[in-house]
Write a new protein. Structure first.
Length: 119
């Protein structure tokens, strides 16, 4: 990476968002077992990919771009599909605002990290 800031900002944000999400899912007594399982699975995938980016940066720098590409693509796809779905659902306005901010920041940091990667 030309600079570490975009990469660490993206990975740090991803870990913060999805570890927080995991905590929220575990504490939500209204979710069914299936609902809890798929939400935790999605969060776990984000966390694993973010940690893989850090691991590749440290141990296998030649693989960093490939792993970063997967995290950037997954982040962008997730938020475009899920974020837009939230906007079209019957959720409360506050919920929509919070998730719109999460979507904009997540995709923005993903694009920043991707543009600033070494080629």
């Amino acid at each position: 990476m030309r600079t570490r800031l975009p990469l660490f900002a993206f990975v740090g944000w991803t870990l913060f968002v999805w570890i927080s999400r995991s905590r929220n899912v575990v504490n939500d007594d209204d979710l069914s077992t299936g609902g809890t399982t798929w939400r935790l699975g999605a969060a776990l995938l984000f966390v694993v990919l973010a940690l893989a980016v850090l691991l590749m940066r440290r141990l296998l720098p030649a693989r960093l771009t490939a792993v970063l590409a997967v995290l950037v693509a997954w982040t962008t796809a997730w938020w475009l599909i899920r974020g837009i779905g939230i906007l079209l659902d019957g959720h409360a306005v506050g919920f929509k605002v919070v998730h719109s901010i999460l979507m904009i920041v997540s995709i923005g940091l993903a694009m920043w990290a991707w543009r600033r990667r070494d080629r």
